[in-house]
Design a protein around this ligand. Structure first.
Ligand code: XMP
Length: 514
């Protein structure tokens, strides 16, 4: 295990992902964890992340006492680099010149990390404070015009530091530096591979569930599908999957679960057609939070009923376990307790409250989204399922601005299907994080179609790029593609006479409109 010490602001997650891309298992720990607790995890290496603070600020997070006496190779990045320098007797200074964005470092002495790499390298910087003097025993390996100690290492003790961010793509040799620290500096071995992950997870589920029965709610999304496939591999027919068709899915998605998923896994599937029930509950409701609450509540009720049916009256063999597709970022974020504002209530339909009287099986709780996809492929799931874009639990219910009706859902499904198909045809599926299509059901505008006046609804295309949905940028789709989508939608979906593109990033917008 490599421990990534979190100094705030989500730098740690990206570092942890990059470490795993080097096929080394990594785990994020808070900077408040004690050195003894860290040692108990038997780390092969420790990485100190960047963070938003200044080491001179009151209450700024610091390295745990004794961290540098553990004898564990340690790599300080950005703020972590400064923390390391300060703790070991170097000097950190406040500068009035900040260095944000692209910069060039000059390698002053190659050391271990920079050996054989070009003398000048493009890196990504984001700091105001800087290390002006490395601690004794350290060699200065790189610098920039404004940062005398942009890289330093004490190979004897296994300490390395860089002021820039090797984990971001804009740092030319970032991954190479990370690999060198892990393999050469810390002696890690690249054995975190999908085959191993799958085998170990399957084994862990077998140990946990034994001969008992388990149930899993399928949402149609990637996470629940991979979790279910994995548990099915582990315990076979002891697992039953429940799929609640709430009628808020996109075109073809229910069929994908009912046919493709079952074909690929051979899982026991229990389908509940609850479309009427959801429509009735949502009747006349236009408020987004209200819609979310209703959908979440109905989902839980339907699932509970289904769970009772699956269990049957035969209480001799009750279902004891509930499988959930919880991912590592959820685990980190809920444990992080940073008090993030509740921007929208995410019910995570398909994820259920744990007062359901089941024990939880969460086979993906150490994995990032891209690892879940790779695992899904490893388990033989079809790429349409594995590469599905993230889709909100409340589904199309929160992509209709206004009240939800069957007619509106059908209109949106048709428009969405065209947009998705054209995006795929253009080969851009995997470049886009998500492509919500939103129906402004309460807005009308005048148009002219087929020589006559129309008074229809606008559709909003909302393609975004993102790494983790926390922030996003609007995707610059090619004009030809936008044009094809626009023409097809206005030609083929009768009630739509206008197609617009949302060019707002997140923040200030959110990805979804509700
Ligand atoms: P926003 O709109 O907040 O969305 O930028 C961030 C990501 O979360 C998805 N999302 C949801 N997922 N249940 C979910 O499971 C929800 O209630 C929900 N609301 C938004 C959204 O699609 C995006 O990926």
């Amino acid at each position: 295990t490599v421990l990534v010490v979190d100094f705030g602001a989500q730098y740690a997650q990206l570092i942890a992902r990059r470490v795993r891309e080097c096929h080394v298992y990594s785990e994020i720990v808070p900077s408040t964890m004690t050195a003894a607790e860290m040692l108990a995890k038997r780390p092969k290496a420790i990485i100190l992340s960047g963070g938003p603070s200044s080491v001179y600020e009151e209450g700024a997070p610091n390295a745990p006492d004794g961290l540098f006496d553990l004898g564990v190779p340690t790599f300080g990045i950005c703020y972590g680099h400064q923390v390391m320098a300060q703790a070991l007797g170097g000097t950190v200074e406040n500068s009035n010149v900040a260095e944000f964005g692209g910069a060039t470092v000059a390698v002053t002495s190659p050391g271990m990390l920079f050996a054989g790499l070009p003398h000048e390298q493009a890196v990504w910087m984001s700091h105001r404070d800087f290390v002006s003097q490395a601690p004794s025993g350290f060699e200065v390996t790189a610098s920039t015009d404004v940062t005398p100690v942009a890289g330093m290492e004490d190979r004897e003790r296994g300490f390395f530091g860089v002021q820039f961010h090797p984990e971001v793509m804009h740092t030319e040799h970032g991954m190479e530096l990370l690999r060198r620290f892990l393999y050469e500096g810390a002696g890690c071995r690249p054995n975190w591979t999908m085959v191993n992950i799958a085998d170990e997870s399957i084994e862990a589920v077998r140990r946990q569930v034994g001969t008992k029965r388990a149930i899993c709610g399928l949402s149609g999304g990637v996470d629940s599908a991979v979790a279910a496939a994995l548990v099915q591999r582990a315990i076979g027919d002891q697992l039953t999957c429940v799929f609640v068709d709430h009628g808020l899915l996109r075109k073809g998605e229910a069929e994908q679960v009912e046919k493709d998923f079952v074909a690929a896994t051979g899982v026991n599937l229990h389908v509940v057609d609850a479309q009427e029930r959801f429509l009735a509950a949502l009747d006349g409701v236009a408020d987004p939070e209200q819609k979310r609450k209703i959908i979440g509540r109905e989902f839980i009720r339907v699932f509970e009923e289904a769970a009772r049916q699956v269990v049957g009256e035969d209480a001799a063999e009750p279902v004891e376990f509930l499988v959930q597709g919880t991912l590592y970022p959820d685990v980190v974020e809920s444990g992080g307790g940073t008090g993030a504002a509740n921007i929208k209530s995410h019910h995570n339909v398909g994820g259920l409250p744990d007062d359901l009287q089941f024990q939880l099986v969460e086979p993906l709780r150490t994995l990032f989204k891209d690892e879940v996809r790779a695992l899904g492929e490893q388990l033989g799931l079809p790429s349409e399922i594995v590469w599905r874009q993230p889709f909100p639990g409340p589904g199309l219910g929160i992509r209709i601005v206004g009240a939800v009706t069957k007619e509106r859902l059908d209109i949106l499904r048709d428009a969405d299907f065209i947009a998705r198909t054209e995006l795929s045809n253009a080969g851009l599926d995997r470049d886009i994080w998500q492509f919500p299509v939103v129906l402004l059901a309460d807005v009308r505008s005048v148009g002219v179609q087929g020589d006559s006046r129309t008074y229809g609804h606008p559709i909003v295309l909302r393609p975004v790029t993102s790494e983790d949905a926390m922030t996003a940028d609007w995707a610059k789709l090619p004009y030809e593609l936008l044009q094809r989508i626009s023409t097809r939608i206005t030609n083929e979906v009768r009630e739509i006479n206008r197609v617009t593109v949302d060019i707002t990033s997140k923040p200030p917008g959110t990805i979804e409109w509700e």
